[in-house]
Design a protein around this ligand. Structure first.
Ligand code: NAD
Ligand code: IPM
Ligand code: MN
Length: 352
């Protein structure tokens, strides 16, 4: 029996509820498909920070490195500033392990209502491919004359040719395996250096992939098209910040942030990839047992696929569709009354 070593970081807030729920579902998939998942849990979180002054130990990445994948809930909680918790845990893992492709599938699932009138499942089926290692998320810049009227802050965005080319290549290859269409999110009319460069690299990448059709929109109107014409999109490739925003917008049109899955992928497999939902720690509902576990479970299905179990991944997706089709096993964000645990139990049951 194949055995995979998985590092688990439940993190903060609802991460601690949806991660155990998802683990029970993935275990059921493993039993059915004859592989074993060996989970190793890490308590790295804001709570740990409050206790020790560190989100993760000094050698945190070295501890994670031998694992076959990382399964993360969410990071960030009131009481610890977000820039401390996120630059202390989440972002160093994404960067340190070259998880440069953030892959966020958005699909209108059966039983889920989109806020867009007149739209059906066939109209909303896209993947946001977000650059995950550079761009607008940067520690470059600074703040001077603090507390004076001359106070000044500068935030630098960083786009390298290597970084842009590799995410574009990933998006084109993914589109080749889907419906053969890539949209580039850009803002070259107002952002002077980085976005015209991105467009230039996009045009070159398009020329190298004659089988893939392309479109390109400025991010402002692209956001409007997401709402008015979701059916135009197959793969949408975007910079780190644009991709972040588009993925929550995409989650909203697909019904709920509670079903939005995500993978932080190192395509060359030089280090482990990390699977976590698109949503955060949801402090407003944490501890109530009502968080939707589907985003975490679906992220887990992406992990199974990455580990070489595409059939098991499909099975988990089918279980999600079956369970969401029943109003009795939908959480509150989807208009239901089921608890996190009830949804997870129904998913595990469906995989039996
Ligand atoms: P959030 O995604 O945590 O919550 C936004 C809203 O969506 C809330 O009303 C919440 O209740 C709801 N929601 C989110 N997930 C849900 C689920 N599974 N089921 C039902 N409802 C759900 O975003 P936020 O409020 O902006 O951020 C809260 C904290 O999480 C912050 O510290 C933020 O930095 C952090 N965060 C972390 C990650 C991550 O770890 N990848 C992602 C986003 C936000
Ligand atoms: C996400 C989150 C993170 C991001 C935050 C918490 C730093 O919003 O995973 O989408 O912006 O990448
Ligand atoms: Mn986000």
């Amino acid at each position: 029996r194949t055995r995979h070593q998985i590092a688990v970081i439940p993190g903060d807030g609802i991460g601690r509820e949806v991660v155990p729920a998802a683990i029970s579902v993935l275990e059921a998939a493993g039993r059915r498909h004859g592989f074993e998942l060996a989970w190793k849990e890490y308590d790295w979180s804001c709570e740990r920070y409050a206790r020790t002054g560190q989100m993760m130990p000094e050698d945190g990445l070295d501890q994670l490195r031998p694992s076959d994948a990382i399964f993360l809930g969410a990071v960030g909680y009131p009481g610890v500033p977000d820039h401390v918790s996120l630059w202390g845990l989440l972002l160093p893992i994404r960067r340190g392990f070259a998880q440069y492709a953030c892959v966020r599938p958005l699909k209108l699932l059966p039983g889920v209502t989109t806020p867009l009138a007149g739209r059906a499942a066939k109209d909303i089926d896209l993947v946001v491919v977000r650059e995950n290692n550079e761009g607008e998320y940067s520690k470059m810049g600074g703040r001077i004359y603090e507390g004076t009227d001359d106070e000044l802050v500068i935030q630098e965005a960083v786009f390298t040719r290597r970084g842009v080319d590799r995410i574009l290549a990933y998006a084109f290859e993914l589109a080749g395996r889907r419906r053969g269409h890539v949209t580039s999110a850009t803002k070259s009319n107002g952002i002077f250096h980085s976005m015209p460069f991105w467009d230039e690299r996009f045009a070159l990448m398009a020329a190298r992939h004659p089988g893939v059709r392309t479109a390109q929109y400025h991010i402002d109107i692209l956001s409007a098209h997401f709402v008015q014409h979701p059916d135009w999109f197959d793969v949408v490739v975007a910079s780190n910040l644009f991709g972040d925003i588009l993925s929550d917008l995409g989650a909203a049109i697909a019904g709920s942030i509670g079903v939005a899955a995500s993978g932080n992928v190192n395509p060359e497999r030089t280090a482990p990839s990390m699977f976590e939902p698109t949503h955060g720690s949801a402090p407003d509902i944490a501890g109530k047992g009502i968080a939707n576990p589907v985003a975490q479970v679906w992220s887990g299905a992406m992990m199974l696929e990455h580990l070489g179990h595409p059939e098991a991944a499909r099975d988990v997706e089918r279980a999600i569709e079956a369970v969401l089709s029943d109003p009795a096993t939908r959480t509150r964000d989807l208009g239901g009354r089921a608890t996190t645990r009830e949804v997870a139990d129904a998913l595990a049951q469906a995989l039996r």
